[in-house]
Design a protein around this ligand. Structure first.
Ligand code: FPP
Length: 248
């Protein structure tokens, strides 16, 4: 009789009472996932968006407080128009569905990034989601849209300079805590764990300020294949590390 190899029990490796509060994910590898299957890149983004939903729901179920995902960077406009439009279309579809589900899940959806160049309909949906979110108290999902870490810091510096010019502050008064209030992430604790699938070992302008003391987890698995089991592995790796925040 042939033995069935038991499926690796990745959940057993995780201490669910000691989860990170905030997990951030660079959803990378959609294009390669599609290419390996002989599909157009846009099919990879569709699979990636579907996986976002699976992983976000699971994160909510296990009790994470914050999940931040990189959906579209300030640099992604350089992609072919067809691909950019496909990503915008997916965002619209998933936002619309999320708005319907938010009541049940009480998830708060927020957006980090400059939404002004986005299609009007998408912008309007983001505004609506933000407004509905105010009523809820569940997990907060931050979707980084037209987001860049450097752009975020430039905007923060400009806003602070404007406050100084208006007599509301002085350069000497600025602290790290003070500057963080000018970022899209104002009020959100820094990510504890940043996950990047697809084998790339870069930060790619993602949460530059906020990830100063984050633990990083990289894997070769492509984002559409990044399952709950892969998340368990990332959480277990995080829990095996000793975070010293510059101390001993
Ligand atoms: C990176 O993979 C992925 C993106 C630039 C887009 C991510 C967008 C989604 C998953 C869809 C919408 C998101 C939500 C929140 C519903 P890549 O194209 O760089 O992959 P590659 O490196 O293999 O080419």
């Amino acid at each position: 009789m042939a033995f069935l190899k038991p499926k690796e029990d990745t959940a057993a490796q995780v201490d669910f009472d000691r989860l990170p509060r905030h997990v951030a994910i660079i959803m990378d590898g959609n294009g390669r996932w599609a290419k390996r299957r002989g599909l157009p890149r846009t099919a990879g983004h569709a699979a990636g968006a579907e996986n976002f939903r699976t992983i976000a729901t699971y994160c909510k179920n296990i009790g994470l407080d914050y999940l931040t995902v990189y959906a579209f960077s300030t640099e992604n406009w350089k992609r072919p128009l067809e691909e950019v439009s496909a990503i915008m279309g997916l965002l619209k579809k998933y936002l619309l569905e999320s708005i319907e589900k938010m009541e049940r899940d009480r998830i708060r959806l927020h957006f980090f990034g400059d939404l002004s160049p986005l299609p009007a309909e998408l912008r309007e949906m983001c505004g609506r989601t933000d407004a509905i979110s105010q009523r809820y108290d569940g997990m907060q999902v931050n979707v980084c849209l037209n987001y860049g870490g450097r752009d975020e810091l430039v905007r923060a510096a400009r806003a602070f300079a404007a406050d100084c010019a208006a007599g509301k502050s002085t350069p000497e008064q600025l602290t790290e805590e003070g500057l963080s209030q000018y970022l899209y992430s104002a009020g959100v604790p820094d990510p504890d764990l940043v996950i990047r699938p697809s084998g790339e070992l870069r930060i790619s302008n993602f949460l530059l300020w906020q990830s100063a003391y984050a633990e990083f987890y990289y894997t070769d698995v492509l984002w559409p294949d990044f399952s709950k089991e892969e998340l368990h592995k990332a959480l277990a790796a995080y829990q095996s590390r000793s975070r010293r925040f510059g101390g001993v």
